[in-house]
Design a protein around this ligand. Structure first.
Ligand code: TYM
Length: 333
């Protein structure tokens, strides 16, 4: 009966910049998998974004393959979702120019990620790093999604994409759908295991601070055993117990138990037992992904076939939106 009802659309992307982390998984990727049946979904490896910081060409190339392979290993299905590599669809960079000319310098200057990243890469504060949220807006707006599943750190970029869409539509007429961020209740901000004031990030030099989706079981358990807690004891969520709170969040996001269920489960127990349980739950969740990945990454030809097909499919959608925007601005097509 409902067959003709059009599905709502979802789009998201991930950078191929090194190992993907448990933060990427709980903040975004897990939701992508959960959403692909219910939504008309589009997912991309955002390779153009990766060069806002220096990349070694051979390494970048291999990370693009491995990131695409991880998406498949998670259970994303190219038959159900459009899965592609951003640079294969030139309309992303092209629309980004149109949008740049409709974005103010002042609003870009407020982006906190730019401030963080330019401090971290002080020797290469390039214009791409500055205008990156405009490219991200183009990634999104080309596909007219209703929802964009991301972690909390991308919320500000999503808001700017919405502002750009609204402004463009008001000025030139309706072209873009104004998207909404879809941020999970638990796992939207997974923190470093070594410094719970910092976001878990693959660029952290301390290897114990983050868990990679492809880490093996022993490594995962070791990292959780070393996770920073506090000297007080007591397993409950509190601002004074950021390390423990982070572990509770991770356990809750992985097991699907609520925070109070987790607190009850570990009431009166020691940190050693708790950290081991979190490590094991995470390792069990990630093990099948690693197993799938090891199989998928060996077949490069199949990977290429899938991302080329995905790219063609994506471009058919992107081109329509892009031409419509061009026409509205006054270009001769
Ligand atoms: P990226 O590649 O840094 O991260 C990919 C996704 O993972 C989420 N994430 C986290 N979630 C919770 N806790 C963490 N510690 C954590 N670390 C990362 C991010 O929020 C993100 O959802 N600019 C984007 C990529 C992008 C994009 C887009 C996203 C490019 N174009 C269009 C959505 C729509 C980025 O750098 O994410």
């Amino acid at each position: 009966m409902c067959e003709n009802v059009e599905k709502k659309k979802v789009l998201s992307c991930i950078q191929p910049s090194g190992m993907l982390t448990l933060g990427n998984y709980l903040g975004a990727l897990k939701n992508w998998v959960n959403m692909q049946d219910e939504f008309d979904s589009t997912f991309a490896v955002a390779d153009l974004h990766a060069i806002t910081v220096r990349q070694e060409p051979a390494k970048l190339r291999s990370q693009i393959y491995s990131t695409y392979a991880i998406l498949l290993a998670l259970g994303l299905d190219p038959e159900k979702s459009t899965m592609f590599i951003q640079s294969h669809v030139p309309e992303h960079a092209q629309l980004s120019w149109l949008l740049s000319c409709n974005t103010q310098f002042g609003e870009m200057s407020r982006m906190t990620q730019f401030k963080d990243k330019s401090a971290k890469h002080a020797d290469n504060v390039n214009v791409g790093l500055f205008s990156y949220p405009v490219l991200m807006a183009a990634d999104i707006l080309l596909y007219k999604p209703d929802f964009v599943p991301v972690g909390a750190d991308q919320k500000q970029h999503l808001e700017i994409a919405r502002d750009i869409a609204i402004r463009f539509n008001n000025h030139y007429g309706d072209v873009f759908t104004v998207p909404e961020a879809y941020i999970p209740k638990t796992g939207a901000r997974v923190m470093s295991l070594q410094d719970p004031d910092k976001k878990m990030s693959k660029s952290d030099e301390n290897q114990n601070a983050w868990v990679a989706i492809l880490d093996d079981k022993d490594t995962i358990i070791r990292k959780f055993k070393r996770a920073v807690t506090d000297s007080e004891g007591g397993i409950y969520v509190s601002d004074e117990k950021k390390g423990v709170s982070n572990l509770i969040t991770i356990y809750s996001a992985v097991t699907g138990k609520t925070v109070s269920e987790v607190e009850r489960e570990f009431e009166g127990k020691g940190y050693g037992e708790f950290k081991l349980a979190v490590g094991e739950a995470v390792a069990d969740e990630l093990a099948p992904i690693k197993e799938n990945y090891n199989r998928i990454i060996t077949d490069k030809a199949e990977l290429e076939r899938l991302f080329r097909e995905g790219g063609d499919r994506a471009e058919r959608v992107a081109r329509k939106t892009y031409f419509k925007a061009m026409k509205k601005v006054g270009f001769v097509l």
